[in-house]
Design a protein around this ligand. Structure first.
Ligand code: ADP
Ligand code: MG
Length: 454
């Protein structure tokens, strides 16, 4: 509270400080602290606009608008400042992301004793959601724990960023410990090996790292693609590989690409990497994405509606990290606003991200719908009122709203500047029609299927 007092007195002379004084009395302390502490008047323009910067990214502004605008207006009248308009502005976007990141990172973690210093304790097989896209890698990793050094040696797991390679790799280590197996598991990254090597070459003094690697019963090397073009490192890994392989010790590696697609990699290493089993992890399919979202939400103690999971799974398709990211964000926002975000609120959060180009856009949607009905996109975007054209057009509007979560204005714009009442009418008409028109339902399902496969 002292901090607060100090802060208020610093703001004393500004118009905004008068608001703060009243807000402080009207709002619960935590609410005030969360939303308004640190907010400051940054400009009072000639046309009576009072610009207030809040201490948070743009979604803060949205929530302030939503939750506190009526109160702010009320206070404005009470204070006799009706002629002013109050405009909230976020702190700048670049800093935003850092803020979000650090506040998420700072969340207190459950304290659990780690069995091995460099393994994340929640990267286990049980927290890993298995689907078509990753099941081969998953089962191979499990087999490695059952019979290390025998069946798949080396095991080489490759795939894009954020698809669970590190998770699986560390799950092997965690599982060995959980089962109390008397095996020496070493997890490291290729980069770490490089650093030790450089250190060794500079100081001409070993730090025992080489021995650490060679003493492993199971050696887990993450991001092996890092060795592309690094001859000395390749040499070192080649010898370590041979040493362990000869002794039937298990080696598991991850990479962002297939051994055959690595550039500047010695041929003898390429062939060794392919001796055992090479498995790929693909981006998760729709059902797996839903399952992952549910699992992540559950881990956060969040319960979201079925529609929400489906909506998010349609939007975020590229990596598991994205799915995790949006759930983390929802969790954080929910705790700030002290209720679980509704689907509509979540859609708003997602729109913000839309600009980052993650979504199927309306144009693609229009294309798919046009194809489904066997008409051209151009015709669909025309002014024709023919039923064969009108219904697909209205269906695009409906899907753009319900499926992509676009605003009515944006949808209207796409169709050459139709106003939002036209759009909402179209949406309502389709909604009504869908309850009785089986044919339209079939079309809708087939369109959704197509979009989900993209
Ligand atoms: P990669 O190493 O392939 O870039 P990570 O293993 O770091 O990806 O995964 C990114 C995030 O997604 C991690 O937090 C991980 O726990 C999570 N994750 C990835 N795949 C799954 C999955 N199938 N089930 C649950 N969580 C997953
Ligand atoms: Mg990784």
């Amino acid at each position: 509270m002292e901090r607060l007092g100090e802060f208020l007195s610093k703001n004393e002379d500004t118009l905004w400080s008068k608001f703060l004084n009243v807000l402080k009395k009207r709002l619960p302390e935590t609410s005030f602290e969360t939303w308004f502490s640190g907010s400051k008047e940054i400009a009072l323009t000639g046309d009576n606009r009072l610009i207030v910067q809040v201490q948070g990214p743009s979604f803060y502004v949205e929530y302030i608008e939503k939750q506190f605008r009526p109160l702010i207006e009320e206070i404005k009248t009470e204070l006799g400042f009706s002629e002013y308009s109050i405009i909230f502005s976020p702190i700048d976007e670049e800093n935003d992301r850092e803020e979000i990141k650090s506040s998420v990172l700072q969340k207190p973690k459950k304290v659990r004793r780690k069995r091995l210093a460099n393994l994340k304790s929640d990267y286990t097989f049980s927290t890993f959601v298995v689907g078509k896209s990753n099941q081969l890698a998953y089962f191979a990793a499990k087999r490695v724990v059952e019979s290390p050094g025998r069946e798949y040696n080396p095991l080489f797991i490759y795939g894009g960023v954020g698809l669970g390679k590190t998770h699986l790799l560390q799950a092997i280590g965690n599982e060995v410990f959980a089962k109390g197996k008397n095996l020496n598991v070493v997890y490291t990254t290729c980069e770490q090996i490089m650093n030790h090597l450089v250190n060794y070459l500079q100081k001409k003094r070993g730090d025992g790292f080489k021995d650490t690697l060679r003493n492993a019963d199971i050696l887990l090397i993450d991001d092996i693609h890092f060795l592309q073009g690094k001859d000395m490192l390749q040499e070192e890994i080649f010898h370590t590989f041979n040493y362990l392989f000869d002794r039937e010790k298990q080696i598991v590696m991850t990479s962002d690409r297939h051994p055959g697609d690595m550039h500047s990699l010695q041929e003898r290493l390429v062939s060794r990497f392919r001796w055992g089993l090479v498995v790929r992890i693909d981006p998760p399919d729709f059902e797996t994405r839903v399952a992952i979202l549910k699992k992540k939400a559950e881990q956060f103690g969040l319960v979201l509606s079925e529609d929400t999971y489906m909506f998010l799974a349609r939007v975020y398709k590229k990596s598991v990290r994205e799915l995790e990211g949006i759930i983390t964000k929802i969790k954080m926002l929910s705790s700030i606003v002290e209720h679980t975000l509704t689907l509509d609120e979540i859609k708003e959060v997602v729109f913000e991200e839309e600009n980052k180009g993650r979504k199927i856009d309306i144009d693609r949607l229009a294309e798919v719908v046009a194809e489904e009905f066997g008409i051209s996109k151009k015709l669909m975007k025309s002014r024709s009122r023919k039923k064969e054209i009108l219904i697909p057009r209205q269906l695009v509007m409906y899907l753009a709203k319900e499926y992509l979560g676009l605003t009515l204005t944006k949808i209207g714009d796409y169709f050459g500047g139709k106003d939002h009442t036209t759009v909402i009418n179209a949406v309502n008409k389709i909604q009504k029609r869908l309850s009785t028109d089986i044919n339209l339902q079939k079309h809708l399902n087939s369109i959704k299927d197509r979009l989900e496969r993209e």
